[in-house]
Design a protein around this ligand. Structure first.
Ligand code: ZN
Length: 65
């Protein structure tokens, strides 16, 4: 199952892990900049969007097999 979790208002404010963008990936660095700007603006849903995009860009395995 690779489906992304739907955005749920109940999840806003939940301490989700912040994916670290790889230093050699320009796209993820840009996403990280957008995420920082969204965080400053208090736009949590945009922060979550950036986190999802960074994660899905490299399919980081969050769960150990
Ligand atoms: Zn990337």
């Amino acid at each position: 199952m690779t489906r992304l979790r739907r955005r749920d208002p109940a999840l806003l404010g939940f301490p989700l892990p912040q994916p670290e963008p790889p230093a050699d990936c320009e796209k993820c660095q840009e996403l990280a900049r957008q995420r920082a700007a969204a965080k400053e603006a208090g736009d949590l849903s945009a922060v979550i969007d950036c986190n999802i995009l960074i994660r899905s860009h490299h399919a980081i395995p969050w769960r150990e097999a």
